[in-house]
Design a protein around this ligand. Sequence first.
Ligand SMILES: Nc1ncnc2c1ncn2[C@@H]1O[C@H](COP(=O)(O)OP(=O)(O)OP(=O)(O)O)[C@@H](O)[C@H]1O
Ligand SMILES: [Mg+2]
Length: 511
Amino acid sequence: MIGMPSREQGITDKVLGYVVDNATPTIVRFVAINPPPLGDYVVIEDRGNNILALVKNVGSRSITLSSLSGVYDPVVVEKLSRNIGTEGNSDVFFECSARLLGNIEDLKMPRIPPLPGSRVRRASSTLLRRIFGGKPPHHIRIGQLLARPEVEVYIDVNKLVTRHTAILAVTGYGKSNTVAVIADSIARIGGTMLIFDFHGEYVSSSIGNGVNVVDPRINPRLLSISELMTLLGVEKRFYNQEYVLRKALEKLYTRQLHKNFFEDLSEELAGILRTSRRREEATAAMAVLNKIESLLDRYRDIIDDTAPDPTTRILAGKVNVVDLSRVDEDAADVVVSHILRVVLHERKMHKSGRESRIRVPILIVLEEAHILAPRDNETLSKYWLSRIAREGRKFGVGLMLVSQRPKNIDPNILSQANNLIVLRIIEPSDQRHIQEASENLSDDLVEQLPSLNTGEAVIVGPFIKIPALVKIDKFPGRLGGSDPDVVGEWLAYKEDMAEPEEETSLYTDFL
Ligand SMILES: Nc1ncnc2c1ncn2[C@@H]1O[C@H](COP(=O)(O)OP(=O)(O)OP(=O)(O)O)[C@@H](O)[C@H]1O
Ligand SMILES: [Mg+2]
């Protein structure tokens, strides 16, 4: 119950204007003397109902000019303008349109359009505070309404986790800052998160008074065969290589390790190479041996036969960060898919009452989601991401996808992200892709996306009662990845490099 539809109780402000013709149950047009800001909320009084609406368009009009339609001559307009005057003059009015969001009491949509002539009032901040407000631990603050800085905006934590979220924007407009704001609040309420950090931004951050860094060391003995194949670069089409690898692994798994996993695996492959009668088999064994060598060259510091499973290092009640800044995309794929697979498995174990390493719900953040959940390629992680997107809700595994290239994200995975935080997006193809994946993002909200400034976002989805244009809070703590002071760094370097005057010329000593 949001409130009673009465002005006395402070749900509406002054009358702004009146509904004109052609209203539908979703869109109204109204005229106003004073324009409401774009993205602000109004209340339409219609036959005893008070319907909340979001202003989606505001255009200025002149009575004189509109009665003389077809006057485009600048000289004529200049002459008329002396009578038209400026804002506030009775000749000027504003033609606005607004999207209906529902009755202010229960947010139920009207089934019939408001009547022409219905009064349009500004929604009061008291009403908006009731709609967007909340209290930890069930709600966390994310920012303020763009058009009403006095109204704080909270999101519903349960829905944030269970209904999955996408944070999308062109580069540098505030995605990581949004993650930091959310993660910090989640840490404060004792929640558990796991961030896959591609650029080492979160590792040294002060989110939740310091994060728990999970280093991405991989124990090859704990990997599945397909994870091993990806790590080695043995693609599915190299079926001879897959065959010899499986054969060598079978032998390896039935005996004690002598040295370490890859050295012993190499021994088995060398055995196949020596004894094989088929040329293709010997060639494949040779190729896999070479791949093991190059794997060890590339990843020696993350491969560790004694490393415990990364999921044993995930701490409940903490923001856990997997530092992927040292590994390339293939290795990141192996690490991420392995962790996702085990997290989902452990949560299923927990749900069925069995012993589990992850006993609390967990919110997983995947930065650069277009890399591991790509639209056109297959990755190991993509399989587990789509499993979690589909099944995670039931087992308390939430997904938060972060990307600057929405159109490159797999549409099936993106469409499972019911909550959207979309900051500035310029490219129409990106906008289209997001809209195709989400029924919540209407055209009028998409229209706002190119004009958003840093940290300003369109927020829609089950975790917020009605769509909102929000100025996201700035994370007050330490976070890597802020815009660097390029000129400052150049100047500091120049100063460091400046040699003392007497040494500036090599020839001084000879003169
Ligand atoms: N809500 C905000 N208020 C004020 N400043 C912000 C806000 N959000 C981001 N910024 C600033 O904008 C810059 C870029 O932010 P951020 O790193 O979050 O962008 P990003 O979208 O994650 O970029 P990238 O695509 O490179 O990862 C930072 O300097 C950050 O401090
Ligand atoms: Mg970022």
